[in-house]
Every structure is written in structure tokens, then in C-alpha cells.
Design a binder for this molecule. Structure first.
Ligand code: GLC
Length: 531
């Protein structure tokens, strides 16, 4: 079985993680100092958000040089040392690869807009009018009014699917396609284990289409995969395609496109099921989820560095989610909610654990977001999605132990309110408390790794239970797990199948009788004892 199938991923924002030199920004040295923590936690693979030079108009997703490191993070050698240190601990690392666009400060774009005849002109998509590709939606609805931006120097419009400071690359140009392969080679040669590939559906544009998921785009992604398979076997390409299940399936191809894709549709439905105390949204979306190739895997997640996206739900469900989880309008952004997991759950420990339990027991490889393992909060005063990207809270010391810099030099202040602030929510305190959320999450990670059945085995629902119970079997030839979740506010007693014996996988000391009582918002992982 390929390593990523049963892996637990940890999404890490380097700027926010640990500042070793007191300049207010996290860095590679700081990360290396915290690798023991990540190893202790038990995660298998770190996903590093963009670490490249960037004017930071989109927090590093606007890249101004693909072959370097953002100055405050360290040097290329630092990157290489960090990769080695990660591997020495039997962990892996994947980096963000931004294929769709560059920053408008990238030398390619600077040259492209210097004059119309520049050889770099064709690296981007230009038009003398802003009428082309009208059927392509606008993604950053709150900030952009068009996918075209006017360049007064050359008096033409350029195409951009995200911020206007992020011109889209022109994949019809073979030079662009080759450059991206060179970029992949450069970083893979540094020893990383693959990429999380950013915003993949939008590489090509064709008139009369939505310009998403086009056959040309799939063909190029297959080319990328061929290159990686040939030169770097045993690595992973994880695609970010925020699409419906039927549009997602082609991104796995016939085992010749992505090894993994994020399961965007299931994510909001976990929250919806909990809010409604009704398993139906989750059951329905998993029924709609197509089979994927044997060596492929879904990446599942609860939260990430972006807003909790509600693009993959109906208008009605979106309204429900907004009303329920973001009644304060300030938490709404584009088609989503800019909050972290703990505040979304009203800091109710039972619900935080319950959603994590679903993440770890439903099919897919879980991706955790830094800070959610201790229940960090968010900062509504920060613009855009930055409120969910605040400094990691290591201890009760100044700046949560993240940095020794004065507060006004930090890239963003650490959260400091009574409920979620670093004095009450931090790693040190929770490491010392066996009953903490951190220990619970760690136990889930370790237990899950002992139960590879949870990664890929088929799922079978227990259908004749009240709708507030989300219960299912995961079974393969070696292991059987019965996962029980009570999404409702009242206790329920479940009678186990006659003649079968179970042990509590999360708490082996806890005896399992003939019935199991599930208090409100609780969960159990029962492993069948095979004779
Ligand atoms: C992806 C990233 C997001 C970024 C966007 C544009 O969706 O997750 O943070 O803003 O791509 O690069």
C-alpha cells in the first residue's frame, strides 16, 4: 500500500509556526525546533504552505520567484536541512505548488507587460477586450468584479481567476508547460515527497465553457504525473480541485493523474449534519462519491487556511450554514466562513472531538490544520482569511511562545482573548494534561494508524437507527471497526450485534458490554475482536 493512503497530514503555515530569530515571522529553523512535537503528535506528512518569494498579496500564493525562499524564512539550505530532519524522523513533506498563476511582480509578468512584443508576453493570457470567456465564474467574489484586469502600459486586458495581482499563466504556451515541469524537478530534487497542487481546474481557457475541468487541463496534469512517476516514484501529487464529486473523479484519471484529491464536498456536510443532528447530508454525499483507483486516496479535512468553503453546497444549504455558523456577517467571506474549528463549534469540546472522530473514521486520509489540535481560535480583526492564520500557541509566555519580537513586529498578533488566547490555549499546557484536546487528537492519530482498515475499506452504514446517529462499519480481511457517532443532544443506547466481541480502540481499558451508551455528541470506535 502506498504510504499516502494511510497517512495523516498536517498543514503548516511556516510564517505562523515558530520564529527562531525574533523577527516576527516563523522560519525554517523554528520549524526544525518543533519537529519533535510533530513526531510526538504522530503526523506522517507535513504540507507546507507556499514558502517562495512573494509580495504577499495572497499570503504567498502570489509567487514572484519559483526557485527561492521568502527571505524571512531562511535560505535554500535551510529548506534542504529541514527536509532531511523531517525524513530522519520518518515523516514526509509536501510543498505547495502554485500552477495557475504568478504574482504580477514575477519577472515573467514584469517583462510580459513591458511591451507587447516581449517574448514573455505569451506566458500570460491577453485580450484587447474584456468580453472573452464570459462563462467563467469569479472566485474571489468579495474583491474582484471581473476575471480581466486592464494593463494601462500595453493597453490590453490580462486574465486572472483569483486576485488581479495574480495573472494566470497561459498553458497553451509550451514554454509555460515546460517551466512548470522544471519547477517540479527543482523542488523534488531537494528531496521532498510531493506537492499539494494549488487551484488545478483553471489551467486552460476555452470560449463557451466555464474554463474549469477542461480536457486540455486534464491532459497537462497527466503530463505532470508522468514526469513525477518516471523520476520520483513513491511521491504524491495532491490536487486542490474544489468541485462536485463527479467533476473530481477525472482528476484521479486512470491512476495517471493525481494520487490524491481533497474531498471538498464532504467537508461542509459534516458541519451540516452536526448542526441538524441528521446524518443524511453525509450519507448522501458519500453515496454520490465515485470509486477511485486502488492506489488513489481522498484527502479529507475539517478546516484549512482558507475560508470554510460553501461552494459545493446548494444555495439553500449555504444559507443554512451561514445562518447557523456565521450569524455575525463579519465571519462571511466570498462563499464561505472565515472561522476556525473550535469557534465554529462554540468551543464545545464534545463537538470538536465528534467532528475529528468523523474525520478519522470516514474514508480518506485526514489533513489536520495547525493549531486545531489544541483548539485555537480566530481573529476577526484580521483581513481576508488571515484571521485563521495567527501564530501557533506554544505556551503561556509572551506571544504564545511563538516569537520573542515585540508585538508590533509580529506578522500578526497571537490570539490573546480570555477564551482562546495563548494563556489558556497552548501546547505546553495541553501536553502536560492527559485529558486535553491535544492528547485526545494524538490518541486518535495513533489509533487510526493502528487501524489501516479506516483508510480505504468500504463503508457500510447502520441504516435502521434514528437519523441523529451516524454509525458505520469499516471492514477488510484483517480488521473490522464499528464507528458510532451521536450527532444529537440526547443520549442513545445501542445494542451490539449478538455473539460478537468488541474492544474500545481508543481506550483499550474501557470494557465493552452488550450495549453501548452514547451520550450527547459522543463517539466510540469499536474494534471487533477476531477469534
Ligand atoms: C487556493 C489557495 C488559496 C489561494 C488560491 C489562489 O485556493 O488555497 O489560499 O488564495 O488558491 O492561489
Amino acid at each position: 500500500m502506498s504510504w499516502y493512503i494511510n497517512a495523516v497530514f498536517y498543514e503548516l503555515y511556516l510564517r505562523a509556526f515558530n520564529d527562531s530569530d525574533g523577527d516576527g515571522h516563523g522560519d525554517f529553523t523554528g520549524l526544525r525546533q518543533k519537529l519533535d512535537y510533530l513526531q510526538w503528535l504522530g503526523v506522517d506528512c507535513i504540507w507546507l504552505l507556499p514558502i517562495y518569494p512573494s509580495p504577499l498579496r495572497d499570503d504567498g500564493y502570489d509567487i514572484s520567484s519559483f526557485f527561492g525562499i521568502y527571505p524571512t524564512f531562511g535560505f535554500l539550505e535551510d529548506f534542504r536541512m529541514t527536509v532531511q530532519e523531517i525524513h530522519r524522523r520518518d515523516m514526509r513533506i509536501i510543498a505547495d505548488l502554485v500552477v495557475n498563476h504568478t504574482s504580477d511582480q514575477h519577472p515573467w509578468f514584469i517583462e510580459a507587460r513591458s511591451n507587447k512584443n516581449s517574448p514573455m508576453r505569451d506566458f500570460y493570457v491577453w485580450s484587447d477586450n474584456n468580453e472573452r470567456y464570459k462563462d467563467a465564474r469569479i472566485i474571489f467574489l468579495d474583491t474582484e468584479v471581473s476575471n480581466w484586469a486592464y494593463d494601462d502600459r500595453t493597453e490590453e486586458f490580462y486574465w486572472h481567476r483569483f486576485y488581479s495581482s495574480q495573472p494566470d499563466l497561459n498553458y497553451d504556451n509550451p514554454g509555460v508547460r515546460q517551466e512548470m515541469i522544471n519547477i517540479i524537478k527543482f523542488w523534488m530534487d531537494m528531496g521532498i515527497d510531493g506537492f499539494r497542487v494549488d487551484a488545478v481546474p483553471y489551467l486552460f481557457e476555452r470560449e463557451g465553457t466555464s474554463c474549469e475541468n477542461l480536457p486540455e487541463t486534464h491532459n497537462y496534469l497527466k503530463e505532470m504525473r508522468r514526469f513525477v512517476d518516471l523520476n520520483y516514484p513513491n511521491s504524491v501529487l495532491l490536487g486542490e480541485a474544489n468541485q462536485w464529486p463527479s467533476d473530481l473523479r477525472p482528476y484521479f484519471g486512470d491512476s495517471d493523474e493525481f494520487h490524491m484529491c481533497f474531498h471538498f464536498p464532504v467537508m461542509p456536510r459534516l458541519y451540516m449534519a452536526l448542526a441538524k443532528g441528521d446524518r443524511t447530508p453525509v450519507v448522501d454525499i458519500l453515496a454520490e462519491t465515485p470509486e477511485i483507483p486502488d492506489n488513489a486516496q481522498w484527502a479529507t479535512f475539517l478546516r484549512n487556511h482558507d475560508e470554510l468553503t460553501l461552494e459545493m453546497v446548494t444555495e439553500e444549504d449555504r444559507q443554512f450554514m451561514w445562518d447557523y455558523y456565521a450569524s455575525d456577517q463579519r465571519y462571511r467571506l466570498n462563499l464561505g466562513i472565515r472561522r476556525r474549528l473550535a469557534p465554529l463549534m462554540g468551543n464545545d469540546r464534545r463537538k470538536i472531538e465528534l467532528l475529528n472522530s468523523l474525520l478519522f473514521t470516514l474514508p480518506g486520509a485526514p489533513v489536520l490544520y495547525y493549531g486545531d489540535e489544541i483548539g485555537m481560535g480566530d481573529d476577526i480583526t484580521q483581513p481576508d482569511r488571515n484571521g485563521v492564520r495567527t501564530p501557533m500557541q506554544w505556551s503561556g509566555e509572551a506571544n504564545g511562545g511563538f516569537s520573542s519580537a515585540p508585538v508590533d513586529r509580529l506578522y500578526a498578533p497571537a490570539i490573546n482573548d480570555p477564551e482562546y488566547g495563548y494563556r489558556s490555549v497552548n501546547v505546553a499546557a495541553q501536553q502536560g494534561d492527559p485529558d486535553s484536546l491535544l492528547h485526545t487528537i494524538r490518541n486518535m492519530i495513533q489509533t487510526r494508524k493502528r487501524l489501516p482498515v479506516l483508510a480505504r475499506a468500504r463503508l457500510q452504514w447502520l441504516e435502521d437507527l434514528p437519523t441523529n446517529l451516524l454509525c458505520f462499519w469499516r471492514r477488510d480481511d484483517d480488521q473490522t471497526v464499528l464507528a458510532l457517532h451521536n450527532l444529537g443532544g440526547e443520549a442513545f443506547t445501542y445494542t451490539l450485534p449478538e455473539g460478537e466481541r468488541f474492544r474500545d480502540a481508543l481506550d483499550p481499558d474501557e470494557a465493552v458490554g452488550k450495549t453501548v451508551t452514547l451520550p450527547a455528541y459522543s463517539y466510540r470506535w469499536l474494534q471487533q475482536v477476531m477469534d
